[in-house]
Design a protein around this ligand. Structure first.
Ligand SMILES: Cc1cc2nc3c(=O)[nH]c(=O)nc-3n(C[C@H](O)[C@H](O)[C@H](O)COP(=O)(O)OP(=O)(O)OC[C@H]3O[C@@H](n4cnc5c(N)ncnc54)[C@H](O)[C@@H]3O)c2cc1C
Length: 409
């Protein structure tokens, strides 16, 4: 593990920091709850303006080829920029994370030059937003079990079916969509990927109301959606491989600890009174905070290992799952603890009146989702067990069975 920047990396870090210092306020101890993104809201406008500014300064599409408006850099530069950006108050990256981090890299791998000429620039500048239409009511952890059907009709494909949990579908312009084109072969083999226009009238987006009050993800229905064959990504039947390109890019997005993070918690307990003293002076509070701090440091060091692999041109292994697993559980525990500490004040959600501006309440309500999104805690444990620890594999009874015969005795 190498914790030092090389000369080139140090120069890149200095350039990123200079850009951020010139354009944003440094991160303060004050926590503010994230505002939900809806079309036209101030939060959305701020996210779009920030993305445009980053693109202009060359800090968007850091790993993308220069030909498509990117910087032709490596994952290590992307990590350095993300580390620097986390020291400043910027609009959260959530609006663009899936599109720029996962959908467009898939497009770059499989779309034609003419298509990339059309789509990469507006995406990079934040003018058009993309989402990922993968999960279905009966296909999440077992994504290859999806049922949305695409049937060839002349030069088009006709698509019918339903996706669910699609983050941002209600404000997105385009999407990548994985479908089943051949049910007569085993489940991973009969899939095909497309990209689609989310404004097509045959696409219906129904927001899902969450317990936090937000509606960040959606159900998406397709009724005889016609998609030209030219919008197919990869070969017919090769959709699983294309989907893996998307999911590999998700792993490369070496995630930060979501806020409020351990530093926010320490700032909060240093200020919040308990028995006439700052809560941090209470031994029980100190004990708990020390435990989460130790876990944060563990995740941080595991990330350094991944960054070292990246800087050597290697791909981080399945060990990256450890960070996501620990962070998601820690977020839920820390938020619950902070709310318990606040007592009755913890139920106040108005940021103007609530202790810590209601940020821990929002964190608690969104934390179950963090234990599911992009792989549930159980699936991450399976990955760690099988691919890091080398334990025996999960039982896969439908391996090599034609999709249409799964479930038949
Ligand atoms: C906040 C959020 C955002 C999301 N955004 C998107 C998005 O933009 N696009 C998209 O396509 N999807 C998105 N998803 C969906 C997400 O990928 C799925 O919810 C996730 O993969 C789990 O699938 P599932 O919900 O169908 O649960 P299931 O797979 O049905 O799992 C149900 C339970 O069974 C357990 N389980 C399943 N299989 C195993 C196994 N083999 N071993 C042990 N336990 C198992 C799971 O851990 C879980 O507890 C999002 C989800 C969330 C919460």
């Amino acid at each position: 593990m190498d914790l030092e920047d090389t000369k080139v990396e140090a120069e890149y870090r200095a350039r990123a920091r200079a850009f951020l210092e010139a354009n944003c306020e440094p991160r303060s101890g004050k926590i503010t709850p994230a505002e939900p993104y809806q079309p036209g809201t101030p939060a959305m406008q701020a996210a779009k303006a920030w993305q445009a500014k980053k693109a202009e300064a060359g800090f968007a599409g850091i790993r993308w080829p220069e030909k498509w408006g990117g910087q032709g850099g490596g994952a290590i530069q992307e990590v350095i920029y993300a580390q620097e950006e986390s020291r400043f108050n910027t609009p959260p990256r959530g609006v663009y994370e899936i599109g720029l981090g996962m959908c467009l890299p898939t497009m770059i791998a499989y779309a034609t030059d003419e298509q990339l000429e059309r789509y990469t620039g507006p995406a990079l500048r934040g003018e058009e937003i993309w989402c990922q239409l993968f999960s279905e009511p009966a296909a999440g952890s077992d994504l290859a079990g999806l049922r949305t059907r695409a049937v060839r009709d002349g030069d088009d494909w006709v698509i019918n079916g339903q996706k669910i949990w699609t983050s941002g579908a209600h404000f997105c312009d385009f999407a990548i969509l994985v479908t089943r084109t051949d049910p007569s072969v085993p489940k991973h083999k009969g899939l095909t990927m497309f990209f689609i226009d989310m404004h097509d009238p045959a696409v219906e987006v129904r927001p899902i109301h969450q317990m936090s009050g937000a509606s960040n993800f959606n159900e998406v229905f397709f009724t005889d959606l016609r998609v030209p064959d030219s919008q197919r990504l990869g070969a017919v039947g090769d959709g699983w491989r294309v989907a893996l390109t998307t999911l590999m890019n998700e792993r490369l997005a070496v995630g930060d600890e979501p806020r409020p993070d351990i530093e926010d918690l320490i700032a909060f307990v240093s200020d919040f009174p308990l028995n006439g003293k700052p809560a941090i002076e209470d031994p029980v509070v100190r004990d708990k905070v020390a435990d989460w701090y130790a876990r944060s440091q563990g995740v941080k060091n595991a990330r350094f290992r991944a960054i070292t692999a990246l800087s050597r041109g290697e791909t981080p292994g399945p060990g990256a799952s450890i960070g996501r697993l620990v962070n998601a559980i820690k977020q839920q525990e820390m938020a619950r603890f902070a709310l318990e500490l606040m007592g009755a004040g913890g139920i106040v959600s108005d940021p103007a009146m609530a202790p810590a501006q209601g940020a821990f309440q929002q964190s608690l309500l969104s934390s179950p989702g963090q234990r599911i999104a992009g792989g549930t805690s159980e699936i991450l444990r399976n990955i760690i067990a099988e691919r890091v620890l080398g334990l025996p594999g999960d039982v896969r009874v439908d391996k090599d069975v034609a999709f249409q015969d799964i479930g038949k005795a």
